[in-house]
Design a protein around this ligand. Structure first.
Ligand code: NAD
Length: 437
């Protein structure tokens, strides 16, 4: 099957590489020439574990290539997948669909008869219908089908998630669409991944409902963590206990500084807007959004308190700034709320992140970037763990403490044990644990 993927970002690039690995003939188009030039030189524009090897293998096999030339790519493809961004529209909280509709306008003149156009991006309910309406206007001369195939992969484990999905969801209202989408995912049937065919509106809404539900789990455990601190319980023990119940499940029950990333905040916000417009407000989800925003802000005061109530002239060493480990993605990372607040209160920041990108440097002005955890700690009064990169788990805490001027360790990801941190000479503060048991 010949496939054209529009957008070589976290979703487009990973999906394109995986489809090529299935054996399909994939052309990945991005309108960012620098990104395409990087890919042609074998340089990854994003950090995603295993992606460089996967792409190298499939480039060598001649199954994937990258271009900025849309026309040829669309003309030769029976399936065109849209994986462009749908960020939050500034100020309103709605999903910004301008990239989607721009892409639709761009592909329209080149679509061949019988083409299937499928949205991989996360788009509000009703978008497939609107894409179809616009295409019918632009191309009344051809038959085509529009499907919705929301993506559920997670950055950091994207390839595994794509190759071994819990399910593949396809919203479809035509035989032609079903036929092509069934063929596309046929290779996954060997791994018994269920491909669920549903109404397009159901597929579109399911993606938002899934993210809102997961965000709700995170906010739920964060509030339980606050309660644990007041009543001498341990949030990890509570999470393990409730997570063992199959009706609840153990995932997304890790207390921390609040969720971030390119999906949860914008998708929660877009769902709230959609629901209000449909006169069926999702008040529970509105609270999740509020709780999470307030949580990120409250972390600054928590750090200040742990530092003895004053941050002026203090130095905070920060481990991890990305929104989660194994990604270089800074979108809506809690660090972007917390670190400027610490700076406003007079603190100097020295930070280390294994994949901190140019993006991070631009978005966090005034931060001194360090080569490793030890150099970040030099002369610091407070050590702050913001992202639970694996390499932080094995750090020699005594050595870090030695390099510091102060002795405060604020662990917002519960990476360390109180006993271990205290043995290294730290005054330790973490999330959701009352007194030591
Ligand atoms: P991204 O910003 O990393 O990538 C989008 C890419 O599209 C960019 O490279 C951009 O240059 C390109 N682009 C924009 N307009 C284009 C056009 N007209 N033609 C060609 N290329 C164009 O975005 P992402 O994180 O991959 O997210 C894409 C979509 O997938 C979003 O709707 C997002 O909500 C959804 N999604 C993301 C994730 C995730 O973990 N990142 C997971 C599931 C779903």
């Amino acid at each position: 099957m010949k496939i054209c993927m529009l957008g070589a970002g976290y979703v487009g690039l990973v999906s394109a590489a995986c489809f090529a690995d299935f054996g399909w003939d994939v052309i990945c188009v991005d309108n960012n020439a620098e990104r395409v030039a990087d890919l042609e030189r074998g340089r990854m524009p994003i950090y995603e574990p295993g992606l460089d090897d996967l792409i190298e293998r499939n480039v060598k096999a001649g199954r994937i290539r990258f271009t900025i030339e849309l026309e040829g790519a669309v003309k030769q493809s029976e399936l065109v997948l849209l994986a462009v961004g749908t960020p939050m529209r500034r100020g309103s909280g709605y999903a910004d669909l301008s990239y989607i509709f721009e892409a639709v306008k761009d592909i329209a003149p080149h679509l061949q008869d019988g083409a299937v156009i499928t949205t991989k991006s996360t788009v509000p309910v009703g978008t497939s219908r609107e894409i179809e309406r616009r295409l019918r206007e632009l191309r009344p001369d051809i038959d085509f089908a529009v499907c919705s195939n929301p993506e559920f992969l997670r950055e950091g484990s994207a390839i595994r998630d794509f190759m071994f999905p819990d399910r593949v969801l396809v919203g479809c209202d035509s035989e032609r669409g079903k036929e092509v989408m069934e063929a596309l995912y046929k290779p996954l049937s060997l791994r018994s991944a269920p491909v669920m065919f549903v109404e397009r509106e159901s597929a579109e809404l399911a993606k938002y409902a899934a993210n809102a539900f997961l965000a709700m789990k995170v906010s739920f455990i964060n509030e339980i963590a606050d309660l644990c601190e007041k009543v001498d319980a341990d949030v990890q023990q509570v999470a393990d206990a409730i997570g063992a119940d199959k009706r609840i499940g153990p995932k997304f029950l890790h207390a921390g500084p609040g969720y971030g990333g390119s999906c949860f905040p914008k998708d929660v916000s877009a769902l709230i807007r959609t629901a209000r417009e449909a006169h069926a407000p999702v008040t529970l989800v509105e609270q999740v959004d509020r709780v999470n925003n307030e949580r990120k802000i409250s972390m600054a005061s928590r750090i200040q308190e742990a530092a003895g109530g004053e941050l002026r002239d203090k130095t905070v060493a920060v481990l991890g700034v990305t929104f989660k480990p194994n990604t270089d993605d800074m979108r809506e990372a809690p660090s972007l709320t917390i670190l400027p607040m610490l700076q406003d209160r007079g603190a100097a920041i020295r930070a280390y992140d294994p994949e901190a990108s140019k993006d991070a440097e631009e978005q966090l002005p005034g931060v001194v970037w360090c080569e490793n955890a030890l150099s970040a700690c030099e002369g610091a009064d407070v050590l702050l763990v913001l992202t639970e990169w694996n390499e932080f788990r094995a750090l020699n805490l005594s050595q870090l403490k030695e390099a510091m001027r102060g002795d405060v360790l604020v662990d917002l990801r519960n990476v360390y044990s109180s006993a271990g941190a205290e043995a290294a000479g730290f005054r330790y503060s973490c999330v959701g644990r009352g007194r030591e048991l």
